[in-house]
Design a protein around this ligand. Sequence first.
Ligand SMILES: C[S@@+](CC[C@H](N)C(=O)[O-])C[C@H]1O[C@@H](n2cnc3c(N)ncnc32)[C@H](O)[C@@H]1O
Length: 277
Amino acid sequence: MKLKILNLEKSQIYFKVFLTNEYQKICSFAAVMDSEKKVTPYKDSSLNKKEQVEKMFDTISGNYDGLNRVISFGTDIKWRKRVLAKIIKHKPASILDIATGTGDLAIKFAEKSKASKIIGLDISEGMLSVARKKIQNTDLENKVEFIKGDSEALSFNDNTFDAITVSFGIRNFETLEKGLSEIYRVLKPKGLFIILETSVPTKFPFKQGYYFHSKVLLPIIGKLFSKDKVAYTYLSESASIFPFGNKLNNILQKIGFINVDHKPQTFGVATIYTASK
Ligand SMILES: C[S@@+](CC[C@H](N)C(=O)[O-])C[C@H]1O[C@@H](n2cnc3c(N)ncnc32)[C@H](O)[C@@H]1O
């Protein structure tokens, strides 16, 4: 009798494990499907998403930093400081900041970390030239290098970097999984990968506030102050459909990353993800 009960409990456990595994597979699949929905800057353009994104950031590079501060009410500075603190704690000798844009994060790594090799990589020459100007004629010129490159076809050998970061970049990748696989490839085993990306608050009243900010305020600010009238509509649209939280965790795990974790920031308007290889 006791044996029968034990066997029954065992088969229930097996069944639960089976269901959990199947559920996780479905979640990963759903997250990948979501990530493949494409939002592009210019609806009528014949260029692919990557070319459109490059063109858009080239155009807005001149006032990107100023508008960024206004749009995030300065809170992005706090989030970047948290990323920096995690990087410093990891003590990397080499850091790659992907989609570095105007280079703020890479420059902070150069100022505050002991890394001997720091590279900021971006697809937009316009954004990179703003980054390069920031370090021109300073001793940081020897500590950080800004190079043009595509996150989905990185020109580095496998296992090159101790730490890799991407802030507000991954949602612009043409194929998210391709970009993340490349990051996985060039990260060293036990290396640290950090993503800082926008997310969508799920609780009242922050959800409603976020909706007003991204659907109403952001496009107006963009139209008034940006050189590219549609850029800020694209940025808010791409943020609203981008997988965040557990969905992105599932994608990272599917690529092979381990120790995947995420921490929502400021009511969930952004999230910091950490992972390892
Ligand atoms: C919103 S900006 C973020 C810039 C910066 N990391 C920051 O936190 O302000 C996104 C950046 O991603 C870059 N980007 C988009 N797709 C890319 C790709 N496939 N490879 C490299 N950079 C890319 C864009 O050129 C742009 O500079």
